[in-house]
Structure formats: structure tokens, C-alpha cells
Ligand binder design. Structure first.
Ligand SMILES: [Zn+2]
Length: 564
């Protein structure tokens, strides 16, 4: 076991990586029997684990301090070399496919392994290396703009994460002024952010065309290794949400207005940031307290979660508090060589901190349960499946919310489930917008904003951005990191949310059975594509017409029973 601070931050120079890869290629070529060939593949996996570990550690340290010159430099080197490394990896994959031992290897490594190899060859090619480097640089640039945000509010300077607390303040004047301050910052930086996105869209469109795709949509799906559903299926899935969930959400927003004693038709978007008249549920203590609660919870939840969470604590694998120069947001990543998950967050004293301790920990728990899978690509499934691990864990944490929130526990569960349902229309807004963007790559920034506003008013008609000109003209998407750094990775959260809600419904019937099912799912790691994974674990398929409605109505029923 290695503590995080003892994991060395270093980058093997590209020339050395290239040499080593060439040696592995040579060894594979000269393998004179199938077992020897398989051993070289295993060696190749150990080597890619090693290289990926170096890159993961740099990227973690970068997000911990985006202002550390040495790390910034290392991160720039990765932006430049990672496409080249990918190219080396792909050359090895080509050899595998052409090998005379391919049948033996297929038998030992599995068909899905070979599917992923073929997919990887379709999405990368030497001829798009320049575009890939450019894409990396542009997304880093966006991260930098967002993380270096210095927002002046009532005489102090805050970053975007830190402003979260004021935006959901119980005092209407505070949340109004805070929203105006954030909107102003976004407006002041709109040109910069809009230009970065415009370049990103063109770079992505170019690489798609160079690879022989009509536009970036299909390539975007393949880059997420989606193998068993396509954009048509996603489009009709969005329709399921727009036809049933949008209305349910409007009911929820009206109910919220009543609770807040506000006139629904006059509410500003920022008013919906608070769920209750006496404020959002407040954690019953500071971050240290929350960590202690989390420790108790996971030790009590199951032997597996207890062992895992203590592993995270003992090895300092979580950095949770918001600080200046920390990148915004939260994530879980896996450090291959040390078989260790790592959790990054920006605690800001709101109930969102508890969400991190349940959501990101859900991801990390899956990583931990799959840590001994030796084939790297089988450790973690595609992203929509990963979000099931995290979002379901949020619900499995419900019985422990008394610890975290004391008297506010019920309020937390109500607003958490309300938010889960309300999230679906927002999720499809971001997804539909991105499809439109990449199908129409040559439009202007203004047209993009106009389109966003149009989609937004269709799915979230209650949002009125009073006194916030940048949001009002359709600029909200500029705050959604995924739109920049992970195109088409957003619908994943909605797909997973529907399945997580089905876990909640199961949990209400039989907690132990539901949790066993969850552990089984986590242990599957990334051995199957999304729909097969659902089938193997007898989980609901959100693409089947009617399933979204069925699950959301059951969740809605649970919500009504909890009524506040
Ligand atoms: Zn997640």
C-alpha cells in the first residue's frame, strides 16, 4: 500500500517510451508460440499501466494546483505526447489483429477486448495527431479560464465553486446578487470561452472528416466506446424524457414555489436553487465531521465498503476542500499502478459536499472492487455504466443521512430525489444541444446561444434568468465543463440516473438484496458493453420505450410518501 504523497510525480520522456514500446513490438513479432505472444501482451499491459499512472498523477496534481509551474509544464507535455503514445499503442493493437495467434489471443482476452481494440483503431490515426494535440490544449485552456475565475462579491474574491454557497443562500438578495456576479463574470469572459469552444468544434469536426465520418457525432460516440446504442436510440430516449419527465418536473417546481411561498410565475432561476423556505438541508458539521460520518456509514453499510473507505483514508486518497487554484468540480480517477482510486472535490459547506462523499465514493468503490482485474480495459465500464455505481451509492446512503444532517435528513432525501428527477430534463438539454452543435459546426457563437436558449425553454420552461443577461441570451452551457472536455458525455448521467432510481425502488423493497445486486454490478468492472451489463445484472434498460416513465413514476411515488 502506498500513500498518495509517496507516489512519485514524474514523466518518462517520450523517446524512452517509444524505445520500450518498440522493444515490446519486437518481442511480440518474434514470439514463436501462442503462450509467448500472450505473455508479451501482458507485459504490454503492465507497461501501459505504468505510463498511464504517470499521466494520471500529473493530472491529479494539476487539478490540485493549477498554478504550480512545474506541474503546468508537465501537463502541457502530456497534452502534446498523449496522442503520440496512443499512436504507439495503436500500432501494437494492429499487430495483435494481424497476428497468427489471434484466435488464441481472442479466446484468452475475450471478444470485447478485441472490440475495444478495433474501436480504438477507428478513432485514432496518425493523420489526426495535430488535431488531438490542439484539442487537448483547448480543453486545458478552458479549464484554466474556469479555475482561475476571480469573482468579486461583497468585497471578497471567490472562485466558481466557492460562489455555490451564495447562489443557494436562504436570503433572496444574497442569491440574486451572487447569481448576477457569476453571470457578469461569464459575460466578461464570454468572448474567450466562446472562441475556445468554436475552435474545439472545428478541430473535432476536422478530425471526424479526416477519419471518414460525416461529422463528429458518430466519432464522438465511438470515442466513448459506445457499442450497443447510437444517436437515434438516444434521440428517442430523450423523447421519453421530454414527453413524461418534463411535466412531472414542472409539477415539482410548482410545489417548490409553494414551499418557498413565492409566486411560481415570478420566480427567477436563482430562486429554484433553494428547496425549502428555511434553506437547503445543512450538513451538521464541518468537512472533518462529514468525513467521520462517512467512515461510520461505510463501515456500517457492508464489510466491503468499510474496508474500502479505510483504505482511502489511510492512504490519503481524497482531497476534498475548495482552495484557490484548485480546478473546479469533482472527480474520481484510478491510479493503475497502485491499484488506488483517488477522489478530488471542492467542499464548500453545502449539502453538495455530502453528494461528493456518496457519488465519487461510489465510483471509487467500483474501482476498488475491480482493482485486481489484470486487463486494464476490463477494470472500468463505459461512462454511463460508471455513473450507475456513483448515483446508486447516493441512494444507498439514504439510511445514514441522520448522521450527516441530523434534523435536516428528511429534507436532504426529499431534495436529493427531487433533484435526481429534475436533472433528467437538464441532461437532455445539454445532450440535444451538443448533437445540434456537431451537426452544424459552422454556426456562430450567437447562433449556438440562441439554439441553447430554445432547447432550454422547451425542457426547463420555468427558468427565467432575471437580471442575468449572459444566461438570458442562452449562455448557460458555457459553465458545463463536459460540453468542452467530454463531448456527448452527459446523457450518460441521465441513463445512469434512471437505473439508480430503480436501485432506490429495489432498496425500498429489500435493502440487502438491492445492495448485493449493486456489489455484483460493481465487480463486473468493464467486462461488458452497457446493455449487456444491464442484462447480466437484470437491470432496467432505459432505451426501451416506457421504461423511463415506469421508473420515474415509482420514484415520484417514494417522493410523495416522504412529502414535506
Ligand atoms: Zn460521476
Amino acid at each position: 500500500m502506498t500513500k498518495f504523497e509517496n507516489m512519485p510525480v514524474k514523466l518518462t520522456p517520450f523517446s524512452k517510451i517509444k524505445k520500450k514500446m518498440e522493444a515490446i513490438v519486437e518481442e511480440f513479432r518474434s514470439a514463436d508460440n501462442e503462450q509467448k505472444a500472450l505473455n508479451v501482451v501482458k507485459k504490454f499491459h503492465r507497461f501501459t499501466d505504468e505510463i498511464e499512472t504517470e499521466m494520471t498523477l500529473v493530472s491529479i496534481h494539476y487539478s490540485l494546483n493549477t498554478n504550480d509551474e512545474k506541474i503546468v509544464k508537465a501537463n502541457e507535455i502530456i497534452d502534446e505526447t498523449s496522442p503520440l503514445i496512443n499512436n504507439l499503442i495503436n500500432n501494437f493493437y494492429k499487430l495483435l489483429l494481424e497476428s497468427k495467434y489471434v484466435n488464441f489471443l481472442r479466446e484468452k482476452l475475450g471478444n470485447f477486448y478485441f472490440f475495444m481494440i478495433e474501436n480504438s483503431l477507428r478513432i485514432y490515426d496518425e493523420k489526426i495527431i495535430d488535431e488531438l494535440v490542439k484539442e487537448n490544449k483547448l480543453t486545458s485552456e478552458y479549464d484554466k479560464v474556469m479555475s482561475s475565475a476571480q469573482i468579486e462579491f461583497r468585497g471578497e474574491i471567490y472562485n466558481l465553486s466557492q460562489m455555490g454557497k451564495f447562489i443557494s443562500d436562504i436570503n433572496r438578495k444574497t442569491r440574486k446578487e451572487a447569481s448576477i456576479a457569476v453571470d457578469k463574470w461569464l459575460g466578461d469572459n464570454e468572448k474567450k470561452i466562446g472562441d475556445i469552444y468554436d475552435e474545439l468544434v472545428h478541430v473535432r469536426d476536422n478530425m471526424a472528416k479526416k477519419l471518414g465520418f460525416k461529422n463528429f457525432v458518430e466519432l464522438g460516440y465511438l470515442r466513448l466506446y459506445r457499442s450497443d446504442y447510437n444517436s437515434e436510440m438516444v434521440s428517442s430516449y430523450r423523447k421519453q424524457i421530454s414527453e413524461t419527465v418534463v411535466n412531472i418536473c414542472q409539477k415539482l417546481y410548482k410545489k417548490q414555489a409553494k414551499r418557498l411561498k413565492l409566486n411560481f410565475n415570478k420566480m427567477a432561476a436563482y430562486d429554484f436553487n433553494i428547496a425549502f423556505l428555511d434553506g437547503n438541508p445543512k450538513p451538521a458539521g464541518d468537512s472533518q465531521y462529514l468525513l467521520e460520518c462517512a467512515k461510520k456509514m461505510y463501515e456500517n453499510m457492508s464489510p466491503e465498503t468499510g474496508e474500502f473507505f479505510n483504505f482511502m483514508l489511510d492512504n490519503h486518497l481524497m482531497d476534498l476542500i475548495a482552495r484557490q487554484y484548485k480546478a473546479p468540480g469533482g472527480y474520481m480517477t484510478f491510479i493503475n499502478k497502485y491499484k488506488s482510486p483517488f477522489i478530488f472535490a471542492n467542499f464548500n459547506g453545502t449539502e453538495a459536499d455530502v453528494n461528493v462523499l456518496t457519488h465519487e465514493v461510489g465510483h471509487a468503490f467500483q474501482g476498488y472492487l475491480s482493482r485486481n482485474i489484470s486487463i486494464p480495459s476490463y477494470r472500468m465500464p463505459t461512462l454511463e455504466a460508471c455513473e450507475i455505481h456513483s448515483m446508486s451509492m447516493e441512494f444507498f446512503a439514504w439510511p445514514y443521512m441522520d448522521l450527516f444532517f441530523k434534523d435536516d435528513a428528511k429534507k436532504y432525501c426529499v431534495s436529493h430525489l427531487e433533484d435526481a428527477i429534475k436533472f433528467l430534463p437538464y441532461g437532455i438539454t445539454i445532450d440535444e444541444f451538443q448533437h445540434w452543435v456537431y451537426e452544424n459546426p459552422n454556426v456562430s457563437h450567437e447562433e449556438r446561444c440562441k439554439k441553447f436558449k430554445e432547447i432550454e425553454s422547451k425542457y426547463t420552461p420555468h427558468k427565467r434568468y432575471i437580471d442575468c443577461p449572459c444566461y438570458s441570451h442562452g449562455g448557460y452551457w458555457m459553465r458545463q465543463t463536459h460540453v468542452f472536455s467530454s463531448p456527448f458525455y452527459y446523457i450518460d448521467y441521465t441513463l445512469a440516473q434512471v437505473i439508480a432510481m430503480s436501485f432506490l425502488v429495489m432498496m425500498y423493497k429489500n435493502k440487502d438484496k438491492a445492495f448485493k445486486k449493486y456489489i455484483k454490478l460493481c465487480k463486473c468492472g468493464g467486462k461488458y458493453p452497457f446493455l449487456t451489463l444491464l442484462e447480466k445484472n437484470h437491470l432496467v434498460n432505459p432505451f426501451v420505450d416506457g421504461n423511463v416513465k415506469k421508473i420515474v413514476l415509482k420514484a415520484y411515488k417514494i417522493l410523495k410518501e416522504k412529502e414535506l
